[in-house]
Ligand binder design. Structure first.
Ligand code: ADP
Ligand code: MG
Length: 559
């Protein structure tokens, strides 16, 4: 049987595609600028092998200009241009990517900076424009052609005049509707904003005529409006630069430019990985807790770039919850994007990157702890709670990863200490890592239960945050030393001190204890004599594994 080709209502298909792929209209500009950058790249690659061509980087740029009266947005590039035939195949055939073909042809050379691949980005222009007019002159050609389309109706191609090689795209921007303000795409500030957001690291200058208020010459208070051509994008991504070229200030500037935070970053981590997976990243540990950090509104995530073009503003999969405070960006050329370039097709590469990043953050924190105690403590003050949550959550799956990062207040040192430091100071006869829980260090100091342990000369960790004890219970032990609450029944001392309660129940006090138990019934389960008291007349203790502090937290939790 003869096979039949599918027929498609191309008008409807185009409409559907344009309106369903992208979640935000503003990305049309990203798509057109990426195409322009690809077109210049192609010229560059051609020049590498073609002796008749020279490539002076200064001659190549992209220009964006808006004409509000005509409602026109114009994007001009000095790239390779398109012949009549190329206009036909690349812009007349949906899902045909000249760039992908180019990349494949040039695979052996380094064509991997080219962004295009799906052959649909161009049509994003119809999200904001009624008419799209493309005028192009290809390299090595004397003729220029004009492609024009109103979208679903099809297109025309006619010969025209164009002096320079390259492409000019004119979008006639749609009239505003009640729901949609299309006029924003003709506003200088808005265009700058979109360029900065998505295309800041396009490798060629993106220029715009910008209106600036400047002091009139010779005047101190009179201003005049001056139109100045400015380059909007930063071009060279700082993450592709050599670490040795960059100063702390450069990293701080980047942190603020990208609005990662208003504070100064406590530490930056610059990663260049060129192995089975290739990626660059600049990560920051902030100094201060973001105002919404410990709330439901807080969204973790890193910016994700593919080849310098922003794909996702908050890629949550790149960070585990326990490092959710980390800010920054990741750029990789190895990501397989989906058609909207807003999502990834496979998360295999992403998982590899995430794993790698996770390790780097951990190592950086360990080295901070070793080399700059003060900074580490300041970090821990802000985000230690999150690390402790990390130890506790996922049924303790991350405890090995995180336990070295923990710190608790020490009865001996009167400051925060790590578990390693505690163990180093343990005397030979000490079997356990002791801890006490309470509202504040002061209060714990006064707890009757701490007295006996402190008398033995043992160090006690003071736990004052509600999550502390949950984390400790999840750890169970550290380097084979078990944790022990000072209020637990068996403190692990010699026999003489063992508090077995009943032995001490002297007959003569029996009535007194019974009376006390009756008076306090409902509040306590039992009243007994204790050998654990020294200067205090009485102490509260619990049976089993749950301590009084944990009980308080558990009782406060919603059912
Ligand atoms: P993609 O960029 O994914 O290939 P597009 O729909 O964005 O898909 O563009 C389709 C094709 O049109 C590109 O692959 C390229 O060959 C051609 N093209 C688009 N814009 C330009 C331009 N400014 N200069 C030269 N060629 C272009
Ligand atoms: Mg494209």
């Amino acid at each position: 049987m003869a096979k039949k080709q599918f027929k498609a209502e191309s008008k409807r298909l185009l409409e559907m595609m344009i309106n369903s792929i992208y979640s935000q209209r503003e990305v049309f500009l990203r798509e057109l600028l990426s195409n322009a950058s690809d077109a210049i790249d192609k010229l560059y690659y051609k020049a590498l092998t073609d002796e008749n061509l020279t490539f002076n980087k200064e001659d190549y740029y992209i220009k964006v200009s808006a004409d509000k009266e005509k409602r026109q947005l114009i994007i001009t590039d000095t790239g390779i241009g398109m012949t009549q035939e190329e206009l036909e195949t690349n812009l007349g055939v949906i899902a045909k990517s000249g760039s992908l073909a180019f990349k494949k042809e040039n695979e052996s050379k380094d064509g991997h900076d080219i962004i295009g691949q799906f052959g649909v980005g161009f049509y994003a222009a119809f999200m904001v424009a009624d008419v799209v007019t493309v005028t192009s002159k290809a390299i090595g050609s004397n003729e220029a052609y004009r492609w024009e389309s109103k979208g679903a109706d099809g297109y025309t191609i006619t010969p025209c005049e164009k002096e320079k090689v390259g492409t000019e795209i004119i979008l006639t921007i749609k009239e505003n509707t009640e729901e949609e303000d299309y006029g924003q795409f003709l506003e200088e500030y808005r265009l700058k904003e979109i360029i900065k957001k998505y295309s800041d690291f396009i490798r060629y200058p993106i220029k715009m005529d910008v209106t600036e208020s400047k002091l009139k010459e010779g005047s101190t208070d009179e201003y005049e409006q001056i139109i100045e051509e400015q380059v909007i994008n930063s071009m060279v991504p700082i993450w592709k630069k050599n670490k040795s070229e960059l100063t702390d200030e450069d990293y701080q500037n980047f942190y603020h430019e990208k609005h990662y935070g208003f504070d100064q970053p406590l530490k930056h981590i610059h990663i260049n990985v060129d192995g089975t997976i290739r990626y660059n990243a600049i990560l920051y540990i902030p100094e201060n807790i973001p105002f919404d950090y410990y709330s439901k509104e807080f969204e973790k995530g890193l910016e994700l770039y593919s080849n310098g073009v922003l794909i996702m503003e908050k890629c949550a999969d790149l960070l585990p919850d326990y490092f959710s405070f980390v800010k920054g960006m990741v750029d990789s050329e190895d990501l397989s994007l989906n058609i909207s370039r807003e999502m990834l097709q496979h998360d295999r590469q992403l998982k590899l990157i995430a794993k790698n990043i996770n390790k780097k953050i951990k190592n950086e924190l360990v080295s901070l702890l070793k080399n700059d105690r003060e900074k580490y403590e300041s970090f821990y003050k802000s985000f230690g709670r999150q690390i402790k949550f990390g130890v506790y959550s996922d049924f303790g799956a991350n405890k090995d990863m995180l336990q070295d990062l923990l710190m608790f207040y020490s009865s001996k040192e009167k400051r925060l200490v790590t578990l390693d430091e505690y163990i180093e100071r343990m005397s030979e006869d000490q079997k356990y890592i002791y801890y006490a829980t309470g509202e504040s260090y002061d209060r714990i100091d006064k707890l009757p239960q701490t007295e006996m342990v402190a008398d033995k000369g043992y160090e006690i960790l003071y736990l004052t945050e509600d999550i502390d004890e949950f984390a400790i219970k999840m750890l169970m032990n550290y380097k084979e030393k078990e944790f022990k609450s000072v209020s637990s029944g068996d403190l692990g001392f010699e026999e003489e001190n063992k508090d077995d309660g009943k032995d001490a129940d002297l007959a003569e006090h029996k009535d007194l204890f019974a009376h006390m138990a009756k008076t306090l019934s409902g509040s306590v389960k039992d009243v007994r004599a204790s050998k654990r008291l020294k200067s205090h007349p009485v102490c509260l203790s619990t049976e089993g594994e749950i301590t009084i502090e944990m009980e308080k937290v558990l009782n406060a939790m919603p059912d």
